[in-house]
Design a binder for this molecule. Structure first.
Ligand code: FES
Ligand code: FES
Length: 140
């Protein structure tokens, strides 16, 4: 349907033109995470300053959904205070069971991830970056 087409376009756009891709040289926090079901991996580097996510970048190798999701995640949390970023991470990590849709909608592009919720095999892909974020902020 139309919504699904939109989701797919948003995901492909982030996959082809990832936002905030790379490694922060002055990052204060590095997190590595992989998806054990496929071996795909992500590395997050973040600069946390004054209780805020000043900057965040990701790099990794993975399927389109995992990489698009990482790109969306960096956009969603950049500039946020660490508490709100952690709340989002917790929410998205278990996402996508269809709850909190309104909050998710407030996140713009990240709503596209809802579109993959129906495919359980892909939930691990969609949540990889968020799980990395959650781990990083909890360890921090
Ligand atoms: Fe293949 Fe995620 S796209 S398991
Ligand atoms: Fe590995 Fe999607 S297939 S993260």
């Amino acid at each position: 349907d139309q919504l699904e087409t939109l989701y797919r376009q948003v995901i492909m756009d982030h996959y082809k033109r990832p936002r905030n891709k790379g490694v922060l040289q002055d990052g204060s926090l590095t997190v590595d995470m992989n998806n054990p079901t496929c071996g795909d991996r992500i590395r997050l580097t973040m600069k946390i300053d004054g209780g805020k996510v000043d900057d965040v970048k990701f790099e990794g190798e993975g399927c389109s959904i995992s990489m698009a999701s990482a790109s969306m995640m960096t956009e969603a949390i950049r500039g946020k205070d660490t508490e709100s970023a952690l709340r989002l991470a917790e929410m998205f990590s278990e996402m996508i069971q269809g709850k909190d849709v309104e909050q998710i909608e407030a996140l713009g592009d990240a709503v596209a991830l809802q579109g993959v919720a129906k495919f359980p095999a892909r939930i691990k892909c969609a949540t990889l970056a968020w799980k990395a974020l959650e781990k990083g902020l909890k360890d921090h």
